[in-house]
Write a protein that binds this ligand. Sequence first.
Ligand code: XIL
Length: 371
Amino acid sequence: MRRRALLGLAGTLPLGCTAVAQGPDPGDNASGGLRDLARPRGLTFGTAVRSDKLAVGPTLSALVAREAELLVPEWEGKWDALQPQRGRFDFEPLRAVLRLAQANRQRVRGHALLWHEAMPPWLAPALAEGQSQAQQILETHITTVLGETRAAIRDWDVVNEVISAPPGGDNPGPANGDLRPSPWLSALGPGYIERALRLARQADPTLRLTMNEFAVYADTPWAQAKREGLLRVVRGLLDRNCPLDAIGIQGHLQMREPFRPEPFVQFLTTLRGMGLSVLITEMDVREPDVLAPTLAARDAAVAEYAGAFLQAARDGGARTFLVWGLTDRDSWLLSDPGVARHDGQTTRGHPYDSELRPKALQARLAQFFSA
Ligand code: XIL
C-alpha cells in the first residue's frame, strides 16, 4: 500500500523541471530503503543516476528515491556534458540531477573534473596547443564548474583514473612512471594532478577533494602494482602539501579476478593512515565468462563476491558505498561495448534486475547495512 502510494507520487516527479513541492514526499520515502538501514550505523548508500534514464518512467525514480542517500551523476558532471563547446558551459543536465536529489533529500557527489574519457571533441586538440593554453583551459573549467555547484556538491572526483599499471587489462601501461598516458599528461606533464587539486581547493576551499581510481581491489599482481603506484603518487602529493582529502575506489568488480580481503584492507588502511578518507564510488559486478546454470545461482554468486568486497572495504574504513546504477536494465554493463557481455546474456551485476525486481545483491546490501 505504502509502496503503491510511493510509486504514484514519484510518477509526478518532473525531472528537469523545478519543483521540490511536486516531487515525492521524502517523508513517505523515509522508511524501508537501504539509505535508512545505513544511516543509523553511520554508513551511506548511494547510486549513480542518469537524468535521461530517470525521465523514461516513474519506477526507477521511485527506486532511487527509496534506496539512495547519495547520488552521483553518471554522465552529467563530465566534460562533454558540462563544456560541449569551448567556453560554452551547459549545466542543465547536471541541474536535473540536483533537482531530483533536492526533491528526495539526497546529497550529490561530483564526477569528474578531469578524466581522459568523455572529453568533448574540441578538448584534446586544444590541450595540445601548448602548456599555458592547457593550463588556462583546466583552470577555467574547474573554477566555473565549482563556482556553479558549490552550494549543492561538497565532494568531487577531481581526478579520475590517472594511475597507470603494467600493460594488461584495459590499461596501456606506464608512459610516465605511475601515471596513465593521457592528453592531460601530454599537455601538462606529471604535475597536472597537483595543479587540478590546487585549483579545486582555491575555487572551493571546503570542498572534499577526491581522487577516484579503478582496478585496485583484486588479489592479482596487476592490481597490486596499481595499488603500489597509487600509493606512490599519493605520497608524492602529500609530501608536497598538495590538498587531497579522499580516495574513491570505483569497485567495478570482475568475478573472474580472485579477491582476498587482506591486501585490499591493508591498502585502505595505509591510505587512511595518510589522513585520507576512503569510499566506494562505483560498485557493480561483471560475471565470469562461464555462468552458473540458473539465475538464482548466478545472483547468489554475484552477491557473495560483492559482499566480500563490501565487508573488506568496511573493515578498511570505508563508510560510503555507491553502486554504479541500481538496475541491470539501466546499466552501462549492458550498453557499453567495452564492458558488455558478448554471449547475449543480460548482465546481473546490479541490485535490481531488468524488471526492477530485487535480487540477492539487494538482500546482501540490506544485510550489510543492517549489521
Ligand atoms: C561510464 C558510464 O557509465 C557509461 O555510460 C559511459 O559510456 C562511459 O562511462 N569509470 C568511471 C565512470 O569513472 O565515469 C564510467 O562511467 C565507468 C568507469
